[in-house]
Design a binder for this molecule. Sequence first.
Ligand SMILES: Cc1cc2nc3c(=O)[nH]c(=O)nc-3n(C[C@H](O)[C@H](O)[C@H](O)COP(=O)(O)O)c2cc1C
Length: 223
Amino acid sequence: MKTIKKLLLLLVCMFLVTGCSTKEESVSFVEEQEEILEETEEEDRQTDSANILVVYFSRAGENWEVGKVEKGSTRIVAEYIAETIGADLFEIEPVEPYPESYDEMLEIASAEQKENVRPQIKNEPENWDQYDTIVLGYPIWYADMPMIVYNFLETYDFNGKVIYPFDTHGGSGLAGTVNSIKETLPGIEVKEGLPIVGKAVQNQFEDTKSIIDQWLKENELLK
Ligand SMILES: Cc1cc2nc3c(=O)[nH]c(=O)nc-3n(C[C@H](O)[C@H](O)[C@H](O)COP(=O)(O)O)c2cc1C
């Protein structure tokens, strides 16, 4: 499609440039056409990613090996991915906010997991049906996804959608969560996940970006 547009523009340029009376007119005409071409390419990029939603859950405050952070590691990665591929972004927000204290958070998360609870979600994504690709980000809590992420997966219809999971963690990697997503959503396509160390996101994000870019390219989410 892009190639056809380029060829058409080139033909129009060649045809019209021959009709320009001065050299200046020809130069400014060609510059204008180049600008139009750049805008068209940008639109193509946006259109390609209009069907992708980056969904994430993340928590600011005290955390493992990073001290107290302003922005959660998963959120930093999710924002970077959405910006890089031009996709929409949705944060899963709890009705009951989680504490800043790491120790308190450990107790709550442990209880939620043991009791298999589904913490309530405050917000909902707009135009859910418009997306066929979901990039899903979450932190590892006790070698699993936070229970609120299970709630999200069980609340929305994923039929016809493909999930690309990523997590941030303190050493557990993906901790079997890709299989947990598959078990929660039987029949839904779930791609290979990307595990990222939370500490690296907070302290060396420039290095981490290349790992994320590579995963996006491998999955053809980034061209
Ligand atoms: C309640 C809780 C439990 C955690 N359990 C694990 C774990 O089992 N394995 C692990 O590698 N990291 C664990 N971590 C560390 C987080 O996965 C890691 O800090 C992650 O990057 C946090 O992401 P966020 O900043 O987006 O919330 C835990 C953190 C919390 C708060």
